[in-house]
Design a protein around this ligand. Structure first.
Ligand SMILES: [Ca+2]
Ligand SMILES: [Ca+2]
Length: 222
C-alpha cells in the first residue's frame, strides 16, 4: 500500500473468511498507520505479481491497483464584484480542484447559493464548465439575479458565496465541504437608495417596499 506522507508498506496477511477454494473469498490484510490521524489523500493497494491465483493457475496480474481516495475537492470563488450598474444578472466562476478528478456530472444549479444584504439568498444557476469532462481543476460559471431589474446601488454590500452540502463531488464520491468560500462586494457609486434618502436609520421602513420605490425613482430619472 502507498499513500500520503510517503506511506509505503507491504500489507500483512491476517486471515481469509473461508478456508476451502471458492469463487469469492474475503482476505484481511493489515498495514500500520503512522502516528496521528490518517492523512487525507489517495491510498493505492497494488497486487504483487504471481501471488494470488485461481484454481486454474491464473494469477492476478502484478501492478493491478485499487485506489482509496479520502481527499475531498476544494472550491475557490473568483467573483470580482460589481462596481457599476449592470443588467439583471451577475456571472462569476468557482474553481474546483481535487487530488484525482472532479466529477463534472455533479455540477448543476444546486451547488452554490449567494447570500447578502436585505435578506438576499439565491441559488446560483450553472452556466457552464470550462472542460466538460472529469478532471482537475474545473472552472464552473454561475449566474445570480438581481432582486430588482438590474444590479445597482440599492444592492450595495458584501455577498457570500456558499457551497451547498453534498453537491460537488470528486469521482470517488468525496463532497466539497459545505459553507462559505469567499465574499465579493457590490459597491456602486451613489450608495443605496436608503442612504441616499437618509432612511438607513429608519427601522420602520419595510424592506419589501424598497423595490417599488427604487423602480419609481428610475422611471422619473429616465
Ligand atoms: Ca479526491
Ligand atoms: Ca450538484
Amino acid at each position: 500500500m502507498t499513500g500520503p506522507s510517503n506511506l509505503t508498506q507491504i500489507a500483512a496477511f491476517l486471515n481469509v473468511d473461508q478456508a476451502p477454494s471458492g469463487s469469492i473469498r474475503i482476505a484481511t490484510y493489515q498495514v500500520t498507520r503512522p502516528t496521528g490521524p490518517l492523512a487525507p489523500g489517495l491510498y493505492t493497494i497494488t497486487f504483487q505479481p504471481n501471488q494470488v491465483r485461481d484454481i486454474n493457475g491464473n494469477f492476478i496480474p502484478g501492478n493491478t491497483a485499487l485506489s482509496l481516495d479520502t481527499f475531498a475537492p476544494s472550491a475557490v470563488e473568483n467573483a470580482a464584484g460589481i462596481t457599476s450598474e449592470i443588467g439583471p444578472t451577475y456571472t462569476f466562476t468557482v474553481t474546483f480542484a481535487d487530488n484525482v478528478a472532479v466529477d463534472v456530472s455533479t455540477l448543476d444549479s444546486s451547488d452554490i447559493r449567494v447570500t447578502g444584504p436585505n435578506g438576499y439568498d439565491r441559488a446560483a444557476t450553472l452556466l457552464g464548465i470550462d472542460t466538460n469532462s472529469d478532471g482537475t481543476p474545473r472552472i464552473a460559471s454561475y449566474q445570480i439575479s438581481s432582486s430588482y431589474t438590474s444590479w445597482d446601488g440599492a444592492e450595495n454590500g458584501t455577498y457570500t458565496v456558499v457551497v451547498q452540502p453534498n453537491q460537488v463531488r470528486d469521482v470517488n464520491g468525496n463532497a466539497v465541504q459545505a459553507g462559505g468560500i469567499g465574499t465579493f462586494e457590490v459597491a456602486i457609486a451613489g450608495g443605496t437608495f436608503a442612504t441616499a434618502l437618509d432612511l438607513a436609520d429608519s427601522t420602520a421602513l419595510a424592506l419589501s417596499t424598497i423595490p417599488s420605490i427604487v423602480e419609481t425613482r428610475r422611471i422619473f430619472s429616465n
